[in-house]
Design a binder for this molecule. Structure first.
Ligand SMILES: Nc1ncnc2c1ncn2[C@@H]1O[C@H](COP(=O)(O)OP(=O)(O)OP(=O)(O)O)[C@@H](O)[C@H]1O
Ligand SMILES: [Mg+2]
Length: 266
């Protein structure tokens, strides 16, 4: 696929990338946040959509999730537009969420609402249609479960990145996620697996070293799934950047290398 242009005057069609894993706490939100500020630092017009009811993107950008008047939930149920909820921080346009998003499944699948939401899994795709000509990249942060939010995210995406900790249970999360993606592809969606990103790597430990090698060996045999060359190390500064709400790509150089690796293929 052609690389995205940074030229301001061309009509864009955003590459839409979900960062997803069925396992919790593997660095999905950290990856979305740092990728976004990395893309902005290279001149790409970038947005984030938070499809996790935990609302961690707001916190990662120093915003209060409980003060939001309208969120992506209101857009999905057609009570707001993307323009209504847009905020900008650190050069990234943000379409935020909070706990209200957990009502999505019950609301849009209720028998009573069947006429209002005839295609409940495609609500995000419809919402993104409002903005996709404005961006080079739209990144979607997802929750660690196979819920209505995640289905909407994957069905709206062109690509998926799967973060993984090189440890037993987290590695298992890759297979669950790939299984989910295959199901989505069978529904006719052209969802491309961009690759697997090792995160929170402590390569001085034997466990991570061995598991990372195993992972690379395993997927070297797979023609369509790559493990990125870049690995994100476990570092206190990543955790602090998130809790302080001040993303800074200069403090996350591995993520800048990662963005460059993604740009070379997307
Ligand atoms: N490379 C890293 N090194 C150290 N800490 C990290 C790193 N990446 C993320 N963290 C911290 O680890 C925790 C989990 O990361 P994060 O929230 O990005 O994971 P997640 O996959 O989005 O979790 P969830 O499934 O709950 O949404 C957070 O406290 C975060 O600040
Ligand atoms: Mg998260």
């Amino acid at each position: 696929m052609a690389k995205h242009s940074k030229t301001a005057n061309t009509v864009k069609t955003a590459r839409i990338i979900s960062v997803a894993s069925q396992k919790g706490g593997v660095g999905k939100t950290a990856t979305v946040t740092n990728m976004a500020v990395g893309l902005v630092s290279l001149g790409y017009k970038t947005a984030i959509i938070d499809m996790d009811a935990q609302g961690h993107i707001a916190l990662s950008f120093g915003l209060k999730k409980n003060n939001l008047k309208k969120t992506i939930y209101d857009v999905l149920i057609a009570e707001a537009t993307m323009k209504d909820i847009k905020q900008t921080a650190f050069g990234v346009d943000l379409y935020l969420s909070n706990n209200s998003l957990s009502d999505l499944g019950p609301k849009v699948t209720a028998h009573l609402n069947a006429k209002l939401f005839p295609a409940p899994k495609y609500l995000l795709k419809k919402a993104i249609a409002q903005i996709k000509t404005q961006y080079d990249y739209i990144l979607i942060d997802t929750s660690p479960s196979n819920d209505m939010q995640t289905m909407n995210s994957l069905l709206a995406s062109t690509d998926i990145i799967i973060p993984v900790l090189p440890e037993g249970l987290s590695i298992d999360g890759i297979y669950e996620t790939i299984f989910l993606v295959k199901g989505i592809q069978e529904q006719g969606a052209k969802l491309n697996i961009l690759g697997i990103l090792p995160t929170m790597v402590q390569d001085h430990t034997n466990l991570h070293h061995v598991k990372l090698q195993e992972l690379r060996r395993k997927f070297a045999e797979s023609p369509d799934i790559k493990v990125f060359d870049t690995v994100i190390k476990r570092a206190i500064r990543h955790g602090l950047a998130q809790s302080d709400g001040e993303p800074d790509i200069n403090k996350a150089p591995e993520y800048l290398s990662f963005v460059k690796e993604v740009l070379a293929i997307a």
